[in-house]
Design a protein around this ligand. Structure first.
Ligand SMILES: Nc1nc2c(ncn2[C@@H]2O[C@H](COP(=O)(O)O[C@H]3[C@@H](O)[C@H](n4cnc5c(=O)[nH]c(N)nc54)O[C@@H]3COP(=O)(O)O)[C@@H](O)[C@H]2O)c(=O)[nH]1
Length: 851
């Protein structure tokens, strides 16, 4: 390493005045940069002359000789060189030169210290010459001595010498052989090292393809730990397409599975052109082949996938689109290339949307989401877009790869599914599930906003009758119309749902005052109370509404729903067509109803029913009959009025078995009494419209008459107008079949339902019962008087017998007698009586009766 500058080696003064010959030489040019006084003295030039010369002008060695000397010094481990320098006088001097490098302004220079070793060399030569002479002299003397030795000894010596020479030659030969062998081994190792450093498979195979040499890579790849030598090249070929002299791509069997190689084969021949074998060179291209396959696969996928793919460059200009992209967007390749993806912009998303998208692409390298795009034809469609950013080595965006899926169909299906799950198919209103979800959602909102909600349950009054009598199709139309009316009463933000059957519910939000709720409730009830014209029928229904408030009445949806239900039942109890706000007591009532329902299910099998018989007496007192009235006594509930439990039996369908039981029992009793009164007796049995819809009443009647032996003429069925309102042929046929048996048909509660005079003509009726509502205020209420009078006169015209029920006073009886009413039924004579009591009544009154 060079010293920093000359002064670190020697001071300028010391250099100048030192007795040693010193030169500073530029090693690149050989120029003598500086010489000291001792140098000037030695070379015979003054200092300035010396400093204009180059060392080559002084050193008489040629460049080759200088190089040889440098090499000799290196080999001998010398730190000096021996050169021959020419002096100004022309004399030659053998010098030893010690050179030390140092830096001047970053440039290396040499400080050379020169010793004149000419005299030392000549002395050495002299000494050598003397030595040689001495040795020669000794050799001559020895030769003379030897000459004097005997011939035998000479011969022996010669023999031994010859032997030694021979041994020497042999040993030299052996040494040379060893060296040659070692050299050969070294050469072989070097060659092997070179071969092994090659990262491809290099195999030498004999003409018969037998492998005789291979590099490390070939060994590793082809057989791993097993020896490769002795195996044949063809053992590793997968196909027989190996070409002997062309670069080709082939598949090979490797130790760890097949691999692909680029194959080259070179024939090796000797000087006589004899084929010695071949060098097989295999470059592993498995990765290239895999990449190529992947690229092929990717381009096939790109071309054939159903997902639209487009690629844009760093400037976001589209540079590639696939077929699916063209199909989805309607833009051809020419339309799209060079444009930015804003070509697809639908205008549905604001700039914030795209800002967020590109921010995520820049920071996270990918974005995906739902987006609305516009096709070339202008149509807007939803897609699922996935964009991936490809960054270059300097982390700049090189391209965007976007995959576009048209999800219109999926959306439609989702929408369809959503509709099916959340909307009522008949009315299109939100269904129960959707309503519950909305309640949950609005409760959270109301809680956060400190607002009040109202949940209103609406049950259509008498809907069941309409459904049972006019049929389900009409019932459906009624529900549809009712839903429209309710909806029309709602302001935005409020929700109407159909919970099922004839139950609707309202979710009123942003409620500030109870008045607001009452206003809406009245509006809805009024809308429902107006007549409906459904399939040419004028139908009258109304609504009963239960209202509960959040958070006042409960904090949980389940509780609020239960409250609204209880309040709705209360409204029903209060006479329908009204609304009720929930009160805590209602819950107990709802529980009571549930208890009632449970008990009703077991009442028949528990023999809890009995029948009371209420006398019906002809106005002239000559004929006697009775109405069978069902009574229920439950050990826990006590006596329950039929007005309470019959509607529930109808709702639950229990009226069918219970009604059949009543008919059988009544016929049985009436059969006895008929016998006693010699056939001059009749009994009326109530039948609900539900019974006509759910069973064949005519058949039931036939069976009961047959079983009990009651004459058909002694039996009348009391049916309500709802039975007649059923326009279906089945009911009519049943009624005709009943009449055909000789059984009478009385229309009950006339004037309260869908009173239509056409019923009276159309159906084979025999009696008409005026409802006690019209009798109650006789004879004071002139309107009722006129009505009852008209009903009796009309019935007379139609040849129908008239029974006035609910007659409690003599005045009422007198009024009815004057109108020629046929029969009287009411507390004036008797309430409904148990079996034995009715028999007593019969006994007491039969003497008045004409037999
Ligand atoms: N489908 C069936 N319905 C039945 C059956 N048994 C009874 N019912 C119906 O239940 C309703 C209530 O009946 P009930 O409480 O028995 O009342 C009846 C009479 O007690 C009552 N009535 C009779 N006279 C008077 C009276 O002077 N004043 C007065 N306040 N009430 C009186 O009227 C009821 C009979 O009415 P109706 O049937 O319309 O003739 C009732 O609708 C029954 O029909 C059954 O087995 N099946």
């Amino acid at each position: 390493m060079a010293a920093d500058d000359l002064s670190t080696i020697i001071s300028p003064a010391l250099f100048k005045n030192h007795s040693a010959i010193m030169l500073i030489i530029d090693p690149e040019s050989g120029d003598i940069v500086q010489a000291n006084d001792a140098a000037a003295l030695f070379y015979g030039f003054n200092v300035s002359e010396l400093e204009k010369k180059s060392i080559q002008q002084i050193n008489i060695f040629t460049n080759e000789q200088v190089a040889q000397e440098r090499a000799a010094a290196r080999t001998e481990g010398r730190n000096y060189f021996v050169f021959k320098h020419r002096l100004a006088s022309g004399d030659m001097r053998t010098v030893s030169v010690y050179s030390t490098p140092f830096n001047v302004n970053g440039k290396t220079q040499l400080l050379s210290v020169i010793h004149d070793i000419s005299s030392q060399r000549s002395l050495e030569k002299e000494l050598w010459r003397y030595q040689e002479n001495l040795e020669e002299l000794i050799r001559i003397q020895i030769g003379e001595i030897e000459k004097k030795q005997s011939d035998q000894l000479l011969l022996a010596i010669i023999s031994i010498a010859l032997l030694c020479v021979l041994l020497l030659i042999l040993s030299v030969l052996a040494t040379r052989l060893r060296r040659a062998k070692r050299a050969a081994q070294q050469d072989s190792s070097k060659l092997q090292a070179i071969f092994d450093s090659i990262d491809d498979l290099l195999i030498f195979a004999e003409p018969n393809q037998r492998i005789s040499a291979a590099n490390k890579k070939a060994q590793q790849i082809l057989t791993a730990k097993m020896p490769l030598f002795g195996r044949f090249m063809y053992e590793f070929e997968v196909s027989q397409t190996l070409s002997s002299d062309a670069i080709n791509e082939h598949e090979y069997k490797g130790a760890e599975g097949n691999f692909w190689g680029e194959y080259t084969c070179t024939k090796v021949v000797d000087n006589d052109a004899r084929h010695l074998g071949s060098i097989h060179f295999i470059h592993d291209i498995s990765e290239r082949i895999a990449t190529r396959r992947q690229q092929r696969l990717a381009s096939t996928v790109f071309a054939t996938t159903n997902e639209g793919v487009f690629v844009s460059n760093g400037k976001n200009e589209i540079i590639m689109v696939n077929r699916a992209f063209i199909n989805i967007t309607g833009y051809s390749q020419d339309d799209a290339l060079g444009k930015t993806p804003s070509l697809l912009n639908s205008g549905r998303h604001n700039s914030e949307f795209f800002k967020a998208m590109y921010l995520q692409l820049n920071t996270q390298g990918q974005w995906e989401g739902e987006i609305w795009n516009r096709r070339k034809d202008g149509c807007i469609y939803p897609c699922w877009l996935s964009i991936a950013v490809v960054f270059d080595d300097t982390k700049n965006i090189e391209m965007f790869v976007a995959i576009l899926n048209d999800i219109s169909l999926r959306k439609e299906n989702e929408q369809e599914m959503w509709l099916q799950t959340n909307l009522d198919t008949l009315t299109g209103l939100p269904n129960r599930q959707h309503f519950y979800n909305k309640v949950d959602q609005q409760m959270l909102h109301a809680q956060a906003e400190q607002k009040r909600l109202a949940i209103c349950f609406i049950d259509l009054d008498r809907f069941k009758s309409v459904n049972d009598t006019l049929g389900h199709a009409t019932g459906d139309l009624l529900l549809l119309e009712a839903s429209k009316r309710i909806k029309a009463c709602m302001s935005s933000g409020n929700l109407v749902a159909r919970l099922g059957g004839d139950e609707f519910s309202l979710l009123l939000t942003n409620i500030n005052t109870v008045n607001q709720i009452e206003h809406i409730a009245l509006k809805v009830l009024n809308a429902l109370n107006s007549p409906f014209v459904i399939a040419e029928h004028e139908v009258f229904v109304s609504g009963s509404m239960g209202i509960t408030l959040y958070p006042d009445d409960g904090l949980e949806r389940k509780i609020l729903i239960r409250n609204a239900d209880s309040a709705m039942y209360k409204a029903k109890e209060k006479g329908r067509n009204c609304f009720e706000f929930f009160t805590p007591g209602m819950h107990e009532q709802a529980q009571a109803r549930s208890q009632l329902e449970g008990a009703l299910h077991k009442a028949l099998s528990n023999n809890e029913f009995t029948i009371h018989y209420q006398p019906i007496i002809s106005i002239d007192g000559e004929r006697l009959g009775c109405e069978a009235l069902l009574r229920w006594y439950n050990p826990e509930l006590g006596h329950v009025s039929p007005a309470d439990f019959i509607p529930i039996c109808e709702e639950l369908g229990l009226i069918v078995p219970i009604g059949a039981w009543v008919l059988r029992e009544a016929c049985q009793q009436a059969s006895n009494w008929c016998c006693k009164l010699d056939g001059n007796f009749f009994i009326t049995v109530n039948f609900s419209s539900v019974q006509f819809v759910r069973q064949n009443v005519s058949e039931l009647v036939k069976e009961c008459l047959a079983e009990t032996g009651l004459a058909a003429e002694c039996l009348s069925l009391e049916i309500t107008e709802t039975v007649l309102a059923d326009s279906s042929d089945t009911t009519l046929k049943q009624l005709q079949a009943i009449r055909a048996q000789g059984v009478g048909l009385a229309i009950d509660d006339f004037g309260t339902g869908y009173s239509s005079l056409s019923y009276l003509k159309r159906f084979p009726l025999t009696k008409l019962k005026i409802d006690r509502e019209f009798i109650k205020e006789l004879p004071d209420n002139t309107e009722d008087c006129a009505l009852v009078s008209a009903i009796i006169s009309m019935a007379n015209n139609l040849k129908l017998k008239v029974i006035a029920e609910g007659v409690e006073t003599q005045e009422q009886e007198d009024f009815l007698r004057n109108l020629n009413c046929d029969y009287i039924q009411g507390f004036l004579y008797s309430k409904g009586l148990p079996n034995d009591e009715f028999e007593l009544f019969l006994e007491a009154n039969s003497s008045h009766i004409k037999i």
